[in-house]
Design a protein around this ligand. Structure first.
Ligand code: PA5
Length: 523
C-alpha cells in the first residue's frame, strides 16, 4: 500500500449503501486497481447471471429448482403475479398470527399468555432464528426464544430445563423438507415434555415446512395451531427472510418489515452493474482475490459488537455449505470452498488473534464495526475523555493496523447501528456476495450433496444397529461373533455396541472398553 495515499486508497476502495448506511472498506485488502480491472469481466458476467436468477432461471439445476430468496423482500420481482401475491399474503398471515399471539387472542389452552418460543430446527432452519434472537432478543421483548438444534439428549434436557414450565411455550417446528431426523427427534422430545407437564401439544404447535412434507402431513393431521409455508425455491441457508426467520423474529418482537426493507435496499444496491459501486461485487472480489479463487485462505469474521456474536456461525453455514463443493457446474472435480470462522472483537484479541498476527498466514479478516456504541446518549468515561466504546473501536483499528503491518489483509464493513434494517442489509450483502462468488468459480451454490450424504450414512448405521440389537441374546457374544452374525465389519459394529452398552440398561457388557475382550448379552 502506498502509505502517502492511504486516504485516497480508502476513498477508492469504498462502496456504500446510503440508507441504511453500510460501508464496505477494502483499503486494507491486497486488491489493487489492476486486480479489480482484471476481475471486472467475470464480475459483470456474474451480475448478469444474477439478473437471470432473479428473473426465475433454474439456477439450481441439480435439484431442478429456481432460486428466489431475493423475491421474499421484493415480491414484485417474483416471476409471476401469483407468486407475488403468495409471498405478500404469507407475510400478512404471519404478521396477523404474531399479533394474535402477542395480544393473547391465541393463548395456551391451559390459560395465560404465550411468553416463550421453543424452536426445533437445524442448519438453515435454526441458525437464522438464532442470529435474530441474539441480536434482537432481550428481557423487554414480548417472547423469549429457546432453540433445540441437535439430537443430543443431554442438550435437549439442558435446553428444556432452561425453558422450565412449558405452559407459556409456543412450539415451532421448522423443516423445509419436513423429514430431517434431528428436528423430528427434537419435536418428539418436546412433545413428550409438554405431555409430561399435563399440557396439550397440538394447540401450541406451529410448523414451517413445504406443502405435503411429512411434517406438513403431521401438522395438518393433528390440527396444529398453524402451518406456514416454505417453498422449494428458498434454500435453507437463505431462508432467514422467509417464515423460517420472520416467524420467530416477529414473535420475539423484531420489526420484520424493516428487516425485509433493509435486505431489499441492499439487493437494489448490489444489482448495480458498476462493480466499484457494488458492495457485493467488491466483497466477492476481495474474498476471491485473498484465496486466489480457491479458498486458499480462511476468512475470519470479526464483528466488534457482542450482539453480533453469532454472525460468524451464520456466515460459516451460508458460505461453506454454498461454496464447499466437489464439482463445478461443468462436472470437473474442483473441491472448492472458503473456510469461515470467528467470534467477536475485541474478545478474540485475547485468543487466536495472536496467531493471526504472528503465526501462520492462512487467513484474511472481514471485520464488522458498529459506529453507535450503545442505545441512548449515556457517555460514561472509563478514563479521561475515553469511553469503553472508544476502546472497542480503537481495538478494531489497532488490530487492523497490527495485522496489516504483517501483510495480513482485511476488509471492514461499517454500519451506524444494529437495527432490523441494518441487519437485513447485511444479510442481503452476504447472500449476494456468496451468489456472485459462486458464479466466479462456476459452482452451484444452492444444493448440498455432502449434507445429504451424511444423512444417508447415518441411516445405514441405524439399520446395522437394529440388526445387532436383534442378534444380542442372553449368551455373551464378542464383537467379532456379533459382526459375523449380522454379516458386517466388526469395525462398524464396535462403535454401535459400545454406544448401546452405555445407554441400554438391559444390555450387559463385560470388559466394555476392550474391543478384543468385550462381550455383550441381554439381561
Ligand atoms: O441450508 C440447508 O439447506 C441446510 O442447512 C438445511 O437448512 C438443513 O439441513 C435443515 O433442513 P430442513 O429445513 O429440510 O430440515
Amino acid at each position: 500500500m502506498d502509505t502517502a495515499n492511504r486516504f485516497a486508497r480508502y476513498l477508492r476502495f469504498r462502496s456504500v449503501l446510503d440508507d441504511p448506511f453500510v460501508e464496505l472498506d477494502l483499503s486494507h485488502s491486497a486488491l489493487e486497481e489492476s486486480d479489480v480491472t482484471a476481475l471486472t469481466p467475470a464480475l459483470t458476467k456474474a451480475l448478469q447471471a444474477m439478473q437471470e436468477l432473479e428473473a426465475g432461471s433454474v439456477a439450481n439445476p441439480d435439484e431442478g429448482r429456481q432460486v428466489g430468496h431475493f423475491w421474499l423482500r421484493a415480491p414484485g420481482l417474483a416471476p409471476s403475479e401469483e407468486l407475488e401475491q403468495t409471498i405478500r399474503g404469507s407475510i400478512d398471515d404471519l404478521a396477523a398470527f404474531v399479533q394474535t399471539v402477542h395480544s393473547g387472542r391465541i393463548a395456551p389452552p391451559e390459560g395465560g399468555l404465550f411468553r416463550k418460543v421453543v424452536l426445533c430446527g437445524i442448519g438453515g432452519s435454526a441458525l437464522g432464528p438464532m442470529l435474530l434472537a441474539d441480536v434482537f432478543g432481550g428481557p423487554s421483548q414480548p417472547m423469549e426464544l429457546f432453540v433445540l438444534d441437535n439430537t443430543d439428549p443431554a442438550g435437549i434436557d439442558r435446553a428444556l430445563e432452561r425453558v422450565g414450565s412449558l405452559q407459556d411455550a409456543l412450539v415451532i417446528v421448522i423443516s423445509k423438507s419436513g423429514g430431517t431426523a434431528e428436528t423430528r427427534n427434537g419435536m418428539l422430545e418436546v412433545r413428550r415434555a409438554v405431555e409430561q407437564q399435563g399440557l396439550a401439544f397440538a394447540s401450541r404447535a406451529v410448523a414451517v415446512t413445504m406443502d405435503g412434507s411429512k411434517l406438513h402431513q403431521l401438522a395438518t393431521g393433528e390440527k396444529w395451531l398453524q402451518t406456514f409455508p416454505m417453498w422449494d425455491w428458498v434454500g435453507g441457508r437463505t431462508s432467514i427472510t422467509a417464515a423460517v426467520g420472520l416467524l420467530p423474529g416477529a414473535l420475539i418482537g423484531m420489526d420484520v418489515r424493516a428487516f425485509l426493507a433493509g435486505a431489499a435496499a441492499m439487493d437494489d444496491a448490489t444489482r448495480n452493474p458498476d462493480v466499484w459501486q457494488n458492495p457485493a461485487a467488491m466483497l466477492a472480489a476481495f474474498w476471491h482475490h485473498e484465496g486466489q479463487g480457491k479458498g486458499e485462505r480462511a476468512m475470519v469474521v470479526l464483528p466488534y459488537k457482542d450482539r453480533m456474536l453469532l454472525l460468524s456461525r451464520y456466515m460459516q453455514q451460508l458460505v461453506m455449505e454454498s461454496l464447499g463443493k466437489e464439482h463445478d457446474r461443468q462436472g470437473n472435480v474442483v473441491n472448492q470452498g472458503l473456510a469461515v470462522y470467528g467470534n467477536k472483537g475485541s474478545t478474540d484479541q485475547h485468543a487466536y488473534v495472536q496467531q493471526l498476527r504472528d503465526g501462520r498466514h492462512d487467513f484474511f479478516a472481514t471485520f464488522v464495526r458498529v459506529l453507535q456504541d450503545r442505545d441512548g446518549d449515556e457517555h460514561f468515561e472509563v478514563a479521561d475523555g475515553v469511553t469503553a466504546g472508544d476502546f472497542l473501536d480503537g481495538f478494531w483499528q489497532g488490530t487492523r493496523t497490527a495485522l496489516h503491518e504483517k501483510g495480513r489483509r482485511s476488509g471492514t464493513i461499517a454500519v451506524d447501528r444494529i437495527d432490523e434494517r441494518v441487519l437485513g442489509a447485511l444479510v442481503g450483502l452476504f447472500e449476494r456476495t456468496v451468489s456472485i462468488y459462486a458464479e466466479l468459480i462456476d459452482t452451484n451454490a444452492y444444493h448440498q450433496p455432502g449434507v445429504e450424504a451424511g444423512k444417508k450414512a447415518a441411516g445405514v448405521v441405524l439399520d446395522l444397529q437394529s440388526k445387532l440389537l436383534a442378534a444380542i441374546t442372553a449368551d455373551a457374544q464378542s464383537v467379532t461373533a456379533l459382526a459375523e452374525k449380522v454379516s458386517a465389519d466388526p469395525a462398524d459394529c464396535w462403535p454401535i455396541l459400545q454406544h448401546l452398552a452405555a445407554n441400554r440398561s438391559h444390555l450387559h457388557v463385560v470388559r466394555g472398553h476392550e474391543p478384543a475382550d468385550a462381550t455383550f448379552l441381554r439381561r
